[in-house]
Design a binder for this molecule. Sequence first.
Ligand SMILES: Cc1cc2nc3c(=O)[nH]c(=O)nc-3n(C[C@H](O)[C@H](O)[C@H](O)COP(=O)(O)OP(=O)(O)OC[C@H]3O[C@@H](n4cnc5c(N)ncnc54)[C@H](O)[C@@H]3O)c2cc1C
Ligand code: SF4
Ligand code: SF4
Length: 495
Amino acid sequence: MPHVITQPCCGDASCVYACPVNCIHPTPDEPDFATAEMLYIDPGTCVDCGACVTACPVGAIAPIHRIPEGQERFTAVNAEHYGDQPPSVARFPVDALWRKPLAPIGKPKAFDGLPDPMEIAIVGSGPSAMYAADELLKHSQVRVTMFERLSEPFGLARFGVAPDHKATRSVADLFNTIAAHPRLQILLNTHIGTDLTLEQLRADYDAVLWAGGAPTDRRLEIPGVDLPGVQSATSVVGWYNGHPDFREAAPALTGDRAVVIGNGNVALDVARILTADPNRLADTDIALEALAALRGSTVREVLVVGRRGPEHGAFTLPELIGLADGPARVWVDPADLTDVDVAALDSREDAEKVALLRELAARPQPAAPFIRLAFGLTPQEVRGAERATGVRFVRTGTDETVDVDASLVFTAIGYRGRPIPDLPFDDANGTVANVAGRVTVDQEPVPGLYVTGWIKRGPTGFIGTNKTDSRETVDHLLADADAGLLPRRRTAVGA
Ligand SMILES: Cc1cc2nc3c(=O)[nH]c(=O)nc-3n(C[C@H](O)[C@H](O)[C@H](O)COP(=O)(O)OP(=O)(O)OC[C@H]3O[C@@H](n4cnc5c(N)ncnc54)[C@H](O)[C@@H]3O)c2cc1C
Ligand code: SF4
Ligand code: SF4
């Protein structure tokens, strides 16, 4: 009776290190880890010890006989990842049973040359900052001060993850445990750039690690996008999560239809929250004002529109399964699936997504309010004079126009990092210029300056992806400190 990884998996790979028989893949040192939508347990190798369950910070792993309702499909999803290869011995030679892919987390590399004490400033307190602090604090010489501009820590894990994704939000328990470390202090309401400058931090700390995230929406450049009634996914996510920057961003939930342009996971989050039964949301962390507004909503349909065909949906397979098998009412017009280019499918996940979309299309159109997933439509303009009244699309690759009436339009076409004063910016990638976490100018490392998370690698990956990412940055920071490459700080912090 193997164990199974389910929807909340955020890819931090803690289970990989806990598993005694190496049956969870891809591991961080396997090439497909960077693009994996989740991790998978090989049912042929799992010995059912349960060690991974304890290690998982978001409760994503369950024994096969205790899979939560709505997650049953993940048994097949895990098994199918391993295809029909014969189990264990063929793929995992006997020595794999004791040869782990990386040094187990918790056993840091030994560095003899670290300054003592070593004072590190981290800007931001999102997932990448918390994982970086966790790595750094494994070294007894290190003290960490974290600077967070908001009044609450944990970045998008608090203000981005949808309130109904309770298991994912429970990663806050792990971050609270890290935050309680006696050598870590978190200074809230402190914006680096106005309350303190980066130069001040660089002078006062042995090293500064920038983990400020990349939370700016990509702007949709079409006529009408500035009309009232059009807003970014970031603003509506911030509104329902009680983000202080977005208190005024309440959408007018008075029309029949909302359109979400873009079909990544954030687009699905927005559509799910706008169509959810408010009574189900009442016992989540949703902002009370948002809950009250949703109770009065007249929106009957949220149309989530992708530019490309169904075989190229930007959502991940676990999110689509969560949508299809959870309480949301979701539908696909069968006409949207007639032209699927099966030959263009890049991966097993894409094939499974198309199969699931076909299943949704075979269901009767649900009662309102419901989500409709539409494909192959490229937005041309937001229609309306005083405010948005709809969106004009063309069928992608044709001249055929399709007009959709809507009183609300949300743009969810991805995120991008903003330039940060005093830090070199890589405009092509929307990141701070860096090589594996060392901030660089003309490819040369700037001593004592590091970066991690979304602003290091771009806005991709899950909460747990930041663990591997921050580990890489911290490894380089510590190696530089060990080699005496950090600049001397001006004062003893707290002395
Ligand atoms: C809407 C949304 C939903 C998501 N849902 C999921 C999900 O369900 N599951 C999942 O695994 N992943 C999810 N993700 C992805 C996940 O949230 C990111 O991978 C992760 O938060 C990135 O971490 P980060 O630390 O780089 O940035 P952030 O989480 O953005 O943290 C950056 C922090 O730095 C602070 N900061 C910025 N500038 C300064 C400054 N100058 N001074 C002081 N503080 C500063 C910010 O206030 C913030 O707290 C979601 C992302 C979004 C946008
Ligand atoms: S139950 Fe044990 S053997 Fe199975 S995946 Fe989890 S840690 Fe590995
Ligand atoms: S969240 Fe982490 S520990 Fe849990 S299943 Fe996913 S990779 Fe494993």
